[in-house]
Design a protein around this ligand. Structure first.
Ligand code: 3HC
Length: 284
């Protein structure tokens, strides 16, 4: 049973992981590079928990208790006594490798689990950045974390089965998530299927074949998806979509994973979806 969790990187995903964990009674230390990023994370978490209060999922007292269980820090050594660390920084291999090297240095408990929320980077690479690859595992959440029930559990060739078992119990028994097991290849199960679908939608839009609205309506009204592929890309973030596509392409060299030029141009332009208020759609 995990009682002390460290979350490194508190963007959309890290904030969501910290929120659901504190709501389930864990003490959480959130680490971000700057005070400004920590403030954004605190606001995001508060707003999301307030949403839960409004919809009657938790009381005001439970909200206050959950928020009080989260510490916000800029110094990585604040996670030293964590039993589990979840890394959730940007989907950039060099950044994650350097961070895993540092997490390995600061976390004192030799039995601690070092996890990544990576969407696509093989866990083996992250494990080999540490001196304890047997303790490294992928715990991949889905956006929005408080809403989506799924977690992909990814084990590398060197992950100890006890590490995997403890990570599984954390996600299943403590967070109430539904765990599926994936082997360690880029994209794991869900993104290996989802990203080519989204890229196909972008290619369809880019070719002028149909409007963004009609492509999305086709999948919502025709296939009962909660949102269409272009709206979903905006939700995920076009930078993350691009990073996952690149990671898949680099692993498999299959054209279906190659990012279309329009996706590259939108990323270069900073049109990243909801987080920048503009992607395939405009957000206020
Ligand atoms: N935080 C907390 N709660 C949220 C939330 C958020 N960010 N967004 C929505 N909710 C809650 C709402 O409070 C509401 O709860 P209630 O029914 O108890 O009041 C419920 O979710 C439904 O929300 P809304 O009525 O506002 O909106 P929708 O019904 O349109 O649902 C959605 C929004 C949940 C985002 C839905 O459109 C959806 O499921 N979309 C698909 C999401 C998806 O596919 N995610 C996976 C992305 S891939 C990924 O994450 C992997 C990565 O590696 C790329």
């Amino acid at each position: 049973m995990i009682t002390r969790l460290g979350v490194v990187g508190a963007g959309l995903m890290g904030s969501g992981i910290a929120e659901v964990s504190s709501r389930k009674g864990l003490s959480v230390v959130v680490v971000e590079a700057s005070q400004a990023a920590l403030e954004r994370a605190r606001n995001r978490i508060t707003k999301s928990i307030d949403r839960g209060v409004r919809s009657g999922k938790l009381t005001a007292a439970e909200r206050d208790a959950a928020l009080a269980r989260i510490a916000f820090e800029t110094d990585l050594s604040a996670i030293a006594d964590s039993e589990l660390v979840v890394e959730a920084v940007i989907e950039e291999e060099s950044t994650k490798l350097e961070l895993f090297r540092r997490i390995d240095e600061v976390v004192t408990d030799p039995n601690a689990i070092l996890a990544s929320n990576t969407s696509s980077i093989p866990i083996m690479k992250l494990g080999m950045a540490t001196k304890r690859p047997e303790s490294v595992v992928g715990i991949h959440f889905f956006n929005p974390v408080p809403v989506m029930p799924l977690v992909e559990l990814v084990t590398s060739l060197l992950t100890d089965p006890n590490t995997a078992g403890a990570a599984n119990r954390f996600a299943t028994d403590q967070l109430g998530k539904h765990v599926i097991l994936s082997k360690d290849r880029a994209g794991f199960i869900v993104n290996a299927l989802l990203i080519p679908y989204i890229l196909s939608a972008i290619r369809m839009f880019e070719s002028g074949f149909a409007t963004a609205e009609d492509i999305d309506t086709g999948m919502v009204d025709g296939c009962a998806h909660p949102m269409g592929p272009l709206a979903l890309a905006d939700l995920i973030g076009l930078d993350t979509t691009m990073a996952v596509a690149e990671s898949l392409y680099s692993e498999f060299k299959e054209p279906l994973y190659a990012p279309p030029p329009l996706l590259s141009r939108m990323c270069e332009a900073g049109l990243l979806g909801r987080k920048t208020s503009r992607g395939f759609y405009q957000y206020d």
